[in-house]
Design a protein around this ligand. Structure first.
Ligand code: LLP
Length: 421
C-alpha cells in the first residue's frame, strides 16, 4: 500500500500535487512519501511483535538521510555494507548497538571504524575476513561480535543478478563447511561468536525458498550449539518482495513471512535480526519525468523523457517492470499506445519501459514511474554528464527537497586538469 493517488485529477504524493512539485523543483525528480515509509516499517516490525527481534533497515535500498531518519525515529536499526552507509546511519542518530555490518569486502579501515563506533555485529562472509577482523580487533584490545553468513545453496527464484544464496554466488561460506569455520572463529583471539546469518536474495515473492533456507539454518544452530558455540541471534537477511505490477503480483504479507519464521526457527530462543530494504522503501518512492518528444517510429512510439537509465537503472540491469502512471489523470481516459519510454542517453539499453502499453503522453506531459523508492536514486549515476536528480520527501500537505538537484558546477568541478595541462 502506498500514498500516491489522484486528487482533483492530478497525481498527488499524500496531500501534495506532483504538478506543484514539478513546477517548483523541475523534472525529473524522485519523490518519497514519509507516510508510506512509516507504514511499511510498522507493518514489518509489528509482524514480529511476539518475538524478540530487531529490524535493521538496509540503506543500500535508499540511503537518503531523510529516509533513514524517518525510519530511525521509528526505532529502526541499520544493516550497512560500507563505512559510508555506517556514517549515514550514525548521522541520523541510529544507535551503534542497532547496527550490523554486512558485505564481502570490508577493509581493515572499515573494520576499525566500525569497532570504534561500537556496532552490534559483523556479518562475516569468508575466512580471510575472519582473520583480518580478529587481527584488527585484537590490535584494538577488543573482541568483534560476529555472525558468519552461511550460504545455504537455495534458489530464491528471483533475477539472477539479485540471487545471493546459490553455491556459485560470491556470498557467505558454504553450508557444508560452516561447522569447521565456526570452530576456527572460536579459536581466534579477536572474535566473539554471536549468531548465524543468511541472505538468499532480493525481490523474493514466494515463501518456499525462505522456508528451505531457514530450516537449514535451524539445523545448523542445533549443530553449532551441540559443538559448544553460543548462538544468541539469527540474522534472517532481507529480500521480501514487493508488488511491482499493482494487484497482479502480490508477494507474501509480512505476517505470513513472520508465521513461517516462527515455524522454522521460533523454537531456538534466538533474537531475530531482519535486514529489509525494498519492502520498506520500494513502494514509498516514485520518479517523475517529463516527456521531451513523442517520436513515432516503425510500428511503435518512443516517448522520450527527461529521465534515463542513469537515473533509474533497474529496467536496463534487471529487466525490471515499473508501473507508469500519468500525472494528469485525464490521460488515463485516452486510449493507451504501445511503445517504449526511453531517456536521452546514447544507448539502446536506455529505457524505463519497453514494448509496453503506455499513456499517450505528448511533449510537456509528465509520467510517474512507480515503485522507484528502492534501488532508484542510490543506483543513479552521471553518465552522459547528466546531473543527479533531486529527491523530495512529502509529509502530509508539506514537502521538502531532501537532496537538491546537482549543478553543472558541482558535477564538472569534480574533475581537475593535470599539472602539465
Ligand atoms: N541484506 C543483504 C545482505 C543484502 O545483500 C540485501 C540486498 C539486503 C539485505 C536487502 O534486500 P531487500 O530487502 O532490499 O531485498 N539493486 C537490486 C537489488 C540488490 C539487492 C542487494 N542486496 C535491484 O534493484 O533489484
Amino acid at each position: 500500500m502506498h500514498h500516491f493517488d489522484y486528487r482533483g485529477g492530478i497525481l498527488h504524493a499524500e496531500g501534495v500535487s506532483l504538478a506543484r512539485i514539478a513546477g517548483e523543483v523541475g523534472t525529473p525528480f524522485y519523490c518519497y512519501s514519509s507516510a508510506t515509509l512509516q507504514r511499511h516499517y510498522k507493518v514489518f516490525d509489528q509482524a514480529f511483535e511476539s518475538m524478540d527481534h530487531m529490524v535493521c533497515y538496509s540503506p543500500k535500498a535508499n540511503s537518503n538521510l531523510a529516509v533513514m531518519k524517518t525510519l530511525g525515529d521509528l526505532g529502526a536499526g541499520a544493516d550497512v555494507v560500507s563505512e559510508g552507509e555506517l556514517r549515514r546511519a550514525l548521522a541520523v542518530g541510529i544507535a551503534p548497538d542497532k547496527i550490523v555490518f554486512s558485505g564481502v569486502g570490508k577493509t581493515a579501515a572499515e573494520m576499525r571504524f566500525a569497532l570504534e563506533t561500537g556496532i552490534s555485529c559483523f556479518n562475516v562472509e569468508s575466512e580471510p575476513e575472519l582473520d583480518l577482523l580478529s587481527q584488527v580487533a585484537s590490535g584494538m584490545g577488543v573482541k568483534a561480535a560476529v555472525s558468519i553468513r552461511v550460504n545455504p545453496d537455495v534458489d530464491a527464484g528471483t533475477h539472477e543478478k539479485i540471487t545471493t544464496g546459490l553455491a556459485h554466488n560470491k556470498f557467505g561460506i558454504s553450508y557444508a563447511r560452516a561447522g569447521e569455520v565456526y570452530a576456527r572463529a572460536a579459536a581466534l583471539g579477536g572474535i566473539k561468536i554471536a549468531g548465524v546469518d543468511m541472505h538468499i536474495g532480493s525481490q523474493i515473492t514466494d515463501l518456499e525458498p525462505f522456508s528451505k533456507a531457514y530450516t537449514l539454518m535451524a539445523e545448523l544452530v542445533e549443530m553449532l550449539r551441540a559443538a559448544g558455540h553460543t548462538i544468541e541471534h539469527l540474522d534472517m537477511g532481507g529480500g521480501l518482495g514487493i508488488p511491482y505490477r499493482g494487484t497482479n503480483d502480490i508477494p507474501p504479507h509480512p505476517d505470513e513471512y513472520a508465521a513461517m519464521i516462527k515455524r522454522t526457527v521460533g523454537h531456538l530462543g534466538c533474537k531475530l535480526v531482519f535486514e529489509p530494504g525494498r519492502m520498506i522503501a520500494g513502494n514509498a518512492g516514485i520518479l517523475v519525468t517529463k516527456i521531451i518528444y513523442a517520436k513515432p517510429s516503425e510500428g511503435r512510439t518512443f516517448l522520450i523523457a527527461d529521465a534515463a537509465m542513469n537515473d533509474l537503472i533497474r529496467p536496463t540491469l534487471y529487466d525490471a517492470f515499473h508501473d507508469i502512471w500519468p500525472v494528469d489523470e485525464a490521460l488515463k481516459a485516452v486510449p493507451a499506445i504501445t511503445g517504449d519510454l526511453v531517456g536521452p542517453v546514447c544507448e539502446s539499453g536506455d529505457y524505463i519501459a519497453r514494448e509496453r502499453s503506455l499513456p499517450d503522453a505528448k511533449a510537456g506531459q509528465m509520467l510517474a514511474v512507480l515503485s522507484a523508492g528502492a534501488y532508484g536514486a542510490v543506483q543513479a549515476g552521471t553518465y552522459n554528464t547528466r546531473l543527479l536528480v533531486p529527491e523530495v520527501m512529502v509529509h502530509g500537505d508539506d514537502y521538502a527537497v531532501v537532496r537538491p538537484r546537482q549543478t553543472y558546477e558541482e558535477l564538472i568541478g569534480l574533475d581537475e586538469l593535470a599539472a602539465w595541462q
